[in-house]
Structure formats: structure tokens, C-alpha cells
Design a protein around this ligand. Structure first.
Ligand code: GLU
Length: 288
């Protein structure tokens, strides 16, 4: 009999603002699940976007969690220290010819979308109003690419979703979500909603989706406990796990906390940040 896998959960905030009550809920859920099952709880700082991350927000993450009495294993993984891991994953995808350079600006993409008369797909997703990339750079010839490289045009790397789905063929990519039950990657969502997603941004040579999948793998996360706003991202994460040869964790997408008007908590609501509540002298027990 194979021994049961160790339970390892994580809380993975981005230091782009102060944590709010929703973060406290998410961190506590992940922490308690690990501790109650004899597992480990990790903290990961998702700071790849150095233009939006600030050291004071990172410090506040540690202080807020300490204040709430939530303890994590050391060392903390800071994504900005691990560019090489993301590059290695990109190399694997590149070898399978699954990436292509995209030289488009945001404006190029918007113009193309308007011209094509894009009609959104109604799959009931939060982000259905954001159309997939219209594949402008998907079929550039080698000389066209060379000319752009030579001119020093910066580029992102996009996943060629059609090729990825060809590799997948008829295989069904399943995962289990402790709230929503068994799930499987939908080619409709992958092709028509997510599309040729950026895996390496022009400025940071990685992306949220790539980094989170690589890190969950390298840190042996057994249960990804996070907000329901990332529920549909799991279709892409599951596909990337398949393409990179990683095993798939169990997911738990928890409901998002809302204020009395039904609005989600956001980092911009200053009065409801943990930092503010802590400085006000609130009792952390009341928060929990
Ligand atoms: N860094 C993400 C955030 O702050 C969370 C990523 C995840 O849990 O997968 O929203």
C-alpha cells in the first residue's frame, strides 16, 4: 500500500496592497486544513510583478498573519527569487513547440478584436467579457519574427492553445475540487475563453499562471485552497500540469467573503484591511 501523501497547503498572496478580511479567511482555511490533518502550511509571496509589489505590503503580510496567530513553515518562497524555475518550465513547453512570441501591444490587440466583431461567449464565467487573444502573432513567418527580434521589439510568449489541445487529444484532464466535486478541463473554456494566454510577460518573463503551477509542483502542494475567483483558472492550470508532466493537487475553491452590500472585499477598501484593523487595536479573535 502506498503511504498517504503528506498534506501541504499554502497561502499565496501578492504584496500589491494590504490583505483584507477575505485573505484572512483564505489563509485560516488553508492553515487549519493542514494543521488538523497533521500537514504543513506554507506561505508563498507572489511578487513577480515588481512594478506593483511593495516591500511594505510584504512586511504587512508577515505582521498580519502573526497578529492572527497563523504560523507557517520556513523558508517562505518568494517568486521573484525563482526566475530560473519558470524559465525551465518555459523551456519544456518550447521544446514541444507550444509557445510563440507575441509582439503585440495592448492597442494592436484591441483594434484586432474590434475589427473582427468579436461576440463574447456566454459560458457563465466572471471574465467572459475579456476576449481571448486574436492570434495576430500566431502565424508569423520566421523572417517576420527575425526582423522583429533584430529591431529589438520586446515580446511575450503565448501558449499555442490549438497545439496544446492537439497533444491532449481525447484525454480527459480530471481534478477534484472539495467544494464543486469532480471537474475536468473543458476544451471550450480553454479554446474560446482562455485561448493563447501569455505565459511569459514582456516585462517579467513569466506570468501568474505559469509561476503558480510551477510553484505548487515544486512545493509539493497537495491541496490548493484559494478563492472562487480562481475557479476557472484551474482549467488552464490543469492543462499546464499535463503539458509539464506534473501531478495535480486537490483543489478547494472557497466562496469569496463579501461586505453587507454583497461586494467582495478588495485591497483598495482601506478601512477593511487587516493592517488597518490591527493598527486600530482590534482583537484578532473577532476577525477570525
Ligand atoms: N497570488 C494570488 C492572489 O493574491 C493567489 C494565487 C493562488 O492562490 O493561486 O490573488
Amino acid at each position: 500500500m502506498t503511504p498517504p501523501e503528506p498534506i501541504i497547503t499554502r497561502f499565496a498572496p501578492s504584496p500589491t496592497g494590504y490583505l483584507h478580511l477575505g485573505h484572512a479567511y483564505s489563509a485560516k482555511l488553508a492553515h487549519d486544513f493542514a494543521v488538523n490533518n497533521g500537514g504543513k502550511f506554507l506561505l508563498r509571496i507572489e511578487d513577480i510583478d515588481q512594478t506593483r509589489c511593495k516591500p511594505e505590503f510584504e512586511t504587512a503580510i508577515y505582521d498580519d498573519l502573526h497578529w492572527l496567530g497563523i504560523k507557517w513553515e520556513l523558508p517562505v518562497r518568494r517568486q521573484s527569487d525563482h526566475g530560473r524555475d519558470y524559465q525551465n518550465a518555459l523551456n519544456v513547453l518550447q521544446k514541444k513547440d507550444l509557445l510563440y512570441p507575441c509582439f503585440c501591444t495592448r492597442k494592436d490587440i484591441q483594434q484586432e478584436i474590434i475589427q473582427s466583431g468579436y461576440a463574447p461567449h456566454h459560458l457563465g464565467l466572471d471574465h467572459e467579457s475579456e476576449p481571448p487573444y486574436p492570434k495576430i502573432c500566431a502565424n508569423l513567418s520566421e523572417p517576420e519574427k527575425e526582423a522583429k527580434y533584430e529591431a529589438g521589439t520586446v515580446y511575450a510568449l503565448r501558449l499555442n492553445m490549438d497545439k496544446a489541445l492537439d497533444i491532449l487529444g481525447s484525454e480527459k484532464l480530471i481534478w477534484s475540487d472539495l467544494v464543486a466535486g469532480e471537474q475536468w478541463a473543458s476544451s471550450e473554456i480553454l479554446r474560446d475563453v482562455i485561448g493563447d494566454v501569455v505565459l511569459a510577460r514582456k516585462d517579467i518573463q513569466t506570468s501568474y499562471h505559469l509561476s503558480v503551477v510551477v510553484d505548487d509542483h515544486l512545493q509539493n502542494i497537495s491541496h490548493v485552497i484559494r478563492g472562487a475567483d480562481l475557479f476557472y483558472a484551474s482549467h488552464l492550470h490543469r492543462l499546464l500540469q499535463f503539458l509539464l508532466g506534473y501531478r495535480t493537487p486537490i483543489y478547494h475553491h472557497h466562496k469569496l467573503l463579501t461586505d453587507e452590500n454583497g461586494n467582495r472585499y478588495a485591497k483598495r477598501d482601506k478601512s477593511l484591511t487587516l493592517h488597518h484593523l490591527r493598527k486600530q487595536g482590534q482583537d484578532p479573535k473577532n476577525i477570525l
